[in-house]
Design a protein around this ligand. Structure first.
Ligand code: PCA
Length: 327
């Protein structure tokens, strides 16, 4: 009996030993939905982020990217991460402006229109939105801007009046409001669907970056790109906090370090995209137009009106954000 007892004891301690080795040699695979196609620089940056994490953790954490809305449609990605269906995901930050206006600061027309201002705005916005996301048990990993947003049309645009009645592609509520205020007729269309929306006549014009314009082969359906540099909106990558806590300490640190690198690299990629993709539009026959003063005045007046509404919606958080931004 005694020897059976000892045998059992050694078998059990042996099993516990194996278990604890298994927890030390922690491994996981994360599915990560993203909204934009593979060739988008944001997606390329995330592919590199995933490779960095895998390398830094010796393959213990693998991140499998599901791009172009293939796992979850863009408007569903945030809730999929929040609900724990996936541990992490990317989306267009200002899509959350229906939850709180602070999320939409970077899509306010003519508030921050170049990278320097965008950096200042992100610095002012980051704590506010980190707090708001924390209430949903989400944590930002990194955020990267698109190039400044320009105007794509089938004719020259010399004043706001020239936009009246045009069927306009929108990508969030703020752009929809802007389009309505300039007298255009907005429709929501995700990036992968842009070429078809133009081909079928659902839309005739859009405001987006040189990146998205060039990647969508805008020259197939528009003739003019007016470089209005209206705002510099961002994507954000968030993680579900309970999924993050399930990682061991070393893996958590590797994810945060790769995220910091991805944010830095992403901003640089974005800056390079602006000139490179504008040149591609030009090479393919798009007329690149510097906007005239009358058009800019008209657009900025609409932007001012929208900022007043935004301030009302954004309350104390908005006030703190703008104060930090203007300092
Ligand atoms: N491209 C994305 C978001 C902003 C941009 O430049 C889009 O057009 O939906």
């Amino acid at each position: 009996m005694r020897s059976i007892g000892r045998k059992l004891f050694f078998t059990l301690t042996g099993a516990i030993g194996i278990c604890s080795i298994a927890t030390q040699g922690f491994t996981a695979t994360w599915d990560m939905p993203t909204p934009y196609p593979d060739k988008t620089f944001h997606t390329q940056n995330i592919i590199k982020f995933a490779a960095d994490v895998e390398q830094a953790t010796n393959g213990n954490l693998k991140i499998k990217i599901h791009s172009a809305g293939s796992l979850f449609k863009h408007p569903e990605i945030k809730n999929a991460v929040r609900g724990g269906q996936v541990p992490a995901g990317e989306f267009f930050l200002s899509l959350l402006s229906n939850e709180h206006a602070a999320f939409g600061a970077d899509s306010q027309p003519f508030l921050a229109t170049n990278y320097e201002e965008a950096k200042k705005l992100w610095a002012a916005q980051k704590d506010v939105i980190t707090g708001l996301l924390d209430k949903q048990k989400l944590m930002p990993l990194f955020s990267v801007p698109w190039p400044p947003q320009g105007l794509y049309t089938k004719k020259p645009i010399n004043s706001v009046d020239d936009l009246k009645g045009i069927k306009f592609r929108a990508y969030n509520a703020t752009l929809e409001k802007f389009a309505n205020l300039v007298g255009a007729a907005p429709t929501q269309v995700e990036v992968p669907d842009i070429p078809q929306a133009f081909a079928t006549g659902r839309v005739e014009a859009m405001i987006t970056s040189p990146s998205t314009g060039a990647n969508s082969k805008a020259w197939d359906f528009i003739t003019h790109y007016t470089d209005i540099q209206a705002w510099v909106p961002k994507n954000i990558v968030v993680v579900n906090k309970s999924a993050f806590r399930k990682l061991d300490k070393a893996t958590q640190e590797a994810v945060l370090a790769a995220a910091a690198d991805a944010e830095k690299r992403g901003w640089e990629m974005s800056m390079q995209e602006t000139a490179a993709k504008t040149a591609i539009l030009k090479e393919n026959g798009v007329t690149i137009v510097t906007p005239n003063a009358k058009l800019m005045e008209g657009l900025k007046a609409v932007g001012d009106e929208m900022l007043q509404d935004w301030k009302k919606d954004a309350g104390a958080e908005g006030e703190a954000l703008l104060k930090a931004y203007n300092n």
